[in-house]
Design a protein around this ligand. Structure first.
Ligand code: NAP
Length: 411
């Protein structure tokens, strides 16, 4: 058995030992099925790359229904402690318990660990059915702010004493005329929260040699919230990366050269252009609600949410939680049926984050090979002519075999 070692985060850098303990949350509904499949693929990729010199020592932590059954708590404090201690974790989808005093376990995890950046790469894999004509043009990475906006949960019910009191205050103080039966919500967009998210997107774009960062907003309507996000973004790029970025309006005749182009788009037109001119977008930085819509809409272009990986990250504290972006799909629970690619690709993102990039690339090529052979789960099979439908676990077998068939040195 390999020794169990701990990932360390010091001076802003992650130090990953050869046999790190990584906590995982299996998840509810289809969670156990996709976790079994994904962990097998991740382990196999690491084994093929390093023949035992490196391995992951998985450590189960509890959240959701399994946690409630075993401990009486949906999110036991030890789960948060373990994630803090180990810095990196991975999770399947979790049911949102109704009426338990918080809106969602996912939102709670993000808030408790201050995982402010939701990072979702969206790219097409050859052979995957898509509703658009040129899916190969989609290659974007969405940075969605995770802690503010209407997700802050600052809402008052229509007709409640609190809503009436706030309405009266707003009338008296600002002269705002709001209907008496209106529900009220607060949308905080801070300079601090916006800048740290945009900084992460800029850093990613600069360090990976990406072409552009687009700030997506509704600043034409919401000037002081979404408009400010846009302005803070341009200001930060000029201040923090003056030689490595260039704003759209400062672009001279020679174009951006090897600098990252900083531009912005109003959310509604962004949705249109992301469909019609996908290759004009690269890294996207946006607020919480826009980011939620955008991630799913873009995922639809490359095969749906069964294919979309995600990570929630706090770069300053070195916390990162990788996750399947879809939900628990309860009607398929325990049927060994659904597509595990979202969690497999989240695992690849995790390996990349750990600096184990060869294994990440190997997984991507294994998936590419499975799609090219048209050996896929039901969701893709129903859209693919001549496909062979396989179960969730069988799909993992196919990916593992494809990874093993690679000639030596392919990684
Ligand atoms: P969902 O679980 O994402 O499922 C909606 C539909 O998406 C499924 O019926 C299925 O479509 C398709 N789908 C989802 N995952 C798939 C996969 N791996 N492979 C193939 N198809 C997949 O959304 P929901 O039914 O709205 O939510 C159910 C529960 O999940 C709720 O409790 C919700 O709060 C929770 N949730 C959790 C997370 C999270 O943990 N990150 C995210 C979203 C929702 P077809 O029926 O067409 O086959």
């Amino acid at each position: 058995m390999n020794p169990r070692e701990t990932v360390v985060f010091e001076n802003g850098r992650l130090a990953v030992p050869d046999h790190p303990a990584i906590p995982y949350i299996e998840g509810d509904g289809i969670g156990p099925d996709i976790w079994k499949a994904a962990s097998r693929v991740i382990d196999r990729a690491v084994e093929l790359c390093w023949q035992g010199e490196r391995s992951i020592v998985w450590e189960e932590i509890l959240a959701g229904e399994k946690a409630f059954e075993e401990t009486g708590q949906w999110l036991p404090p030890e789960t948060l402690e373990d994630l803090r201690k180990h810095r990196i974790g991975i999770k399947g989808p979790l049911t949102t318990p109704v009426g338990e005093g918080f809106r969602s376990l996912n939102v709670t995890l993000r808030q408790k660990l201050d995982l402010y950046a939701c990072v979702r790469p969206v790219r097409w894999f050859q052979g995957v059915p898509s509703p658009v004509r040129e899916p190969w043009k989609v290659d974007m990475v969405v940075f969605r702010e995770n802690t503010e906006d209407v997700y802050a949960g600052l809402e008052l019910e229509a007709g409640s004493e609190e809503a009436l009191a706030l309405r009266a205050f707003l009338q008296e103080r600002f002269g705002w005329d709001i209907r008496e039966d209106a529900a009220l919500g607060v949308k905080p967009i801070s300079r601090t929260g916006s800048r740290r998210l945009i900084r992460a997107a800029l850093e990613f774009a600069v360090s990976r040699g990406r072409k552009s960062v687009t700030l997506v907003h509704k600043g034409n309507i919401q000037k002081f919230t979404e408009g400010a996000f846009r302005n803070w973004g341009y200001a930060l790029a000029r201040e923090a990366y003056p030689d490595k970025t260039v704003a759209w309006e400062d672009l001279g005749e020679n174009g951006p050269g090897d600098r990252v182009l900083i531009k912005d788009a109003i959310a509604d037109i962004f949705f249109q252009q992301a469909l019609t001119r996908s290759d004009e977008f690269d890294v996207i930085a946006t607020m919480n609600l826009n980011g939620d819509y955008i991630s799913d809409a873009l995922a639809a272009q490359v095969g749906g949410i069964g294919m979309a990986p995600g990570a929630n990250i706090n770069y300053e504290q070195g916390f990162a939680l990788f996750e399947a972006t879809h939900g628990t799909a309860p009607k398929y629970a325990g049927q060994d049926k659904v597509n595990p690619s979202s969690l497999i690709l989240s695992g690849a993102m995790m390996l990349e984050h750990m600096g184990w990039s060869e294994a990440a690339r190997r997984i991507e090529r294994g998936l590419e090979s499975a799609f090219a052979r048209k050996t896929v789960t039901y969701d893709l099979a129903r859209l693919m002519e001549g496909a062979r439908e396989v179960s969730c676990s069988r799909f993992a077998d196919v990916v593992c075999s494809a990874m093993a068939e690679e000639p030596d040195g392919a990684a």
